[in-house]
Design a binder for this molecule. Structure first.
Ligand code: SF4
Length: 91
């Protein structure tokens, strides 16, 4: 399941630099997550980094419209980072 950013976003931009998949960008009114690039930080960290740094509770939250298993998220990560190894303990 990838993450999404809700309308509660205050556009502080804290999340953008944290995303090592470059899945986050500034949208028209809020920051947005590209679900095709978000791996829920599988391969990167032991939890979603954007959620960790966001000052608003539950603004970065899982997208119920995208049901993906850990295996699918890891496969997505591998496609985004060819030749690299996922960080230990993140998948
Ligand atoms: Fe990026 Fe991780 Fe947030 Fe997904 S959960 S948008 S990969 S920081």
């Amino acid at each position: 399941m990838s993450y999404r950013i809700t309308d509660e976003c205050i556009s502080c931009g804290a999340c953008e630099a944290e995303c090592k998949n470059e899945a986050i960008s500034e949208g028209d009114t809020t920051y947005v997550i590209d679900g095709d690039k978000c791996t829920e930080c599988v391969g990167i960290a032991d939890g979603p980094r954007c959620k960790e740094v966001c000052p608003i509770d539950d603004c970065c939250t899982s997208d119920p419209g995208r049901n993906e298993t850990k295996e699918q998220l890891l496969e997505k990560w591998r496609k985004l980072h060819p030749g690299e190894e996922p960080a230990a303990g993140t998948y």
